[in-house]
Every structure is written in structure tokens, then in C-alpha cells.
Design a protein around this ligand. Structure first.
Ligand code: KIV
Length: 272
């Protein structure tokens, strides 16, 4: 068991709020399948995000736009089967909530009912406030997501740092307050200046989780495949790689091929 797992207590949205109040940082990671989610949960991570980044790292799409609600539910239910402790949040995919608040509610209900996850996340500020309120009427906790919102990549045009200009920074701060008032239990801030992220975390009572948003927020999230080095091409400044699994797996597979071809595998002890 990880040293980080203080006690076997399930993480809830209330636990996250207590963590913010007591100053304990929240550790969040993505997971998309049973085996990896089991490892991540056993290590003691507080929150698992079944992110629509599955579209990139699991399915090989260039953006998060193509992943469907059915595919998100498939990933989420695999994760739910693995997890004992972490809070599991699932991204509402592109096209499943932007139409209107009824569509957003129906999509959130499908995720909760068909996967067994604990909460949903959606991207955007004031434009999704009504949908957040409607989802909450069904008792479904909602996490917001501001800053770089990958589902709007074709509007932004690039994946560069957001809200560097004063007007966009002010709007983001207002949006964070709107999301809090709408009832979000937490907000993700992606790729914005650290100073602004700290300001947002101080302005709202709910936990603010950063990715490329500095150290002044209440917790951090990374994409699992990036932090263990399964991906090679993606190397933004904010990413800390804890392993180089690409090279480790590549080496193991290379050795396996050599052993098969040289007839070294299987040996006498590896057969019946
Ligand atoms: O989909 C995802 O992995 C995310 C994180 C980058 C926060 O939304």
C-alpha cells in the first residue's frame, strides 16, 4: 500500500472540500482502463479522471472531439470496476452537452447510470452555467474546466497558454465565480499563468485543480500516459515525467522478439 494512503476512506466531493480547507493538496490522474486504474487507485491517488484525452492517448485521434458518449461510458465502467477509494469523474464528451441543458442532463445521467462513476466534468464558463444547474437537479456533482479547453481547439487555433491578456484573465476569474455559484464542486484550470491560477484558487471556496497552472492551486492533474512516459511526442513545460515507460516497454518487447527468434523462449521451465 502506498504511504500516501492514510486510511481506507472513500474520497468524496466533501473530502475534497475538506482537503482545500485544511491545505492538503489533491492528487488527480487520468485513467481509462481497468488495469491502470487499479494501480493508480492502489497508489492512493485522490481523484481519477476518465478524461476525454482517451480520444488522444487510447484511440490515437489528434483532438478530443471524436470520442463519443458510448466510448466514454465504456472507459468509465472499466475504471469503476477497478477502483476502491478514489473519486471517479468522467468527462462529458464534445457534442454531448453543448446543445442545451436537457441534452447535458441526459448525457450526465447516462454516464452515471451506465458506468457507476461519481461525477462529471464539462468545459466552459458562463455559457454552460445553466447546464450545470440542470445536471445538479438530478443530484449529479459537476466539475468545471476553464483556461485551455481542448474541446474548443478549433476556436483557439493553438494549444498555447490561455488568459495571458488582462481581459481574458478577468473573464476567466468571473467564469470561475459563475461556476462556483452554479454549484460546481471543483474546477480544473488548464494551461494559464500561475499567478492567475492562484488568484482564482483564492477567490473561490471550491477546490481548484491545475494542469500547467502552477503551484498556487489546491491540487494537480496530469494525463497518466504522459506522466509515466508512455507518450513521447508531447512535452509541454508543465509535464513532469516520472518514468520512461516507452523505452522500458520497447526494450522488453525487443528482448521478447530476440528470445522467440533465438528459440530461447520458452525454456524447459516454461512449458508443460
Ligand atoms: O481529458 C483530460 O485528460 C483532461 C485533463 C487534461 C484535465 O481534461
Amino acid at each position: 500500500m502506498s504511504i500516501h494512503k492514510k486510511e481506507f476512506k472513500k474520497v468524496t466531493t466533501h473530502v475534497l472540500l475538506e482537503m482545500k480547507r485544511s491545505g492538503e493538496k489533491i492528487a488527480m490522474l487520468t485513467a481509462y482502463d481497468y488495469t491502470m486504474a487499479k494501480i493508480v487507485d492502489a497508489a492512493g491517488v485522490d481523484v481519477i479522471l476518465v478524461g476525454d484525452s482517451a480520444s488522444n492517448v487510447m484511440a490515437g485521434h489528434e483532438t478530443t472531439l471524436p470520442i463519443t458518449l458510448d466510448q466514454m461510458i465504456y472507459h468509465a465502467s472499466s475504471v469503476v470496476r477497478a477502483v476502491d477509494r478514489a473519486l471517479i469523474i468522467v468527462d462529458l464528451p464534445f457534442g454531448s452537452y453543448q446543445g442545451n441543458s436537457k441534452e447535458a442532463l441526459n448525457s450526465a445521467i447516462r454516464i452515471m447510470k451506465e458506468s457507476g462513476a461519481h461525477a462529471v466534468k464539462l468545459e466552459g464558463g458562463r455559457e454552460v452555467a445553466e447546464s450545470i444547474q440542470r445536471i445538479l437537479t438530478a443530484g449529479i456533482p459537476v466539475m468545471g474546466h476553464l483556461g485551455l479547453t481542448p474541446q474548443s481547439i478549433y476556436k483557439f487555433g493553438t494549444y498555447t497558454v490561455r488568459a495571458k491578456e488582462e481581459a481574458e484573465a478577468q473573464r476567466l476569474l468571473e467564469d470561475a465565480r459563475i461556476l462556483e455559484d452554479a454549484g460546481c464542486f471543483a474546477i480544473v484550470l488548464e494551461k494559464i499563468p500561475a499567478k492567475l491560477a492562484k488568484q482564482v484558487a483564492e477567490a473561490v471556496q471550491i477546490p481548484v485543480i491545475g494542469i500547467g497552472a502552477g503551484n498556487g492551486v489546491d491540487g494537480q492533474v496530469l494525463v497518466f500516459h504522459d506522466m509515466v512516459g508512455l507518450t513521447k511526442e508531447f512535452s509541454p513545460r508543465f509535464l513532469r515525467r516520472y518514468l520512461n515507460l516507452y523505452e522500458v516497454i520497447n526494450g522488453a518487447v525487443g528482448q521478447y522478439i530476440t528470445d522467440v527468434k533465438s528459440r530461447d523462449f520458452p525454456n524447459d521451465n516454461e512449458q508443460y
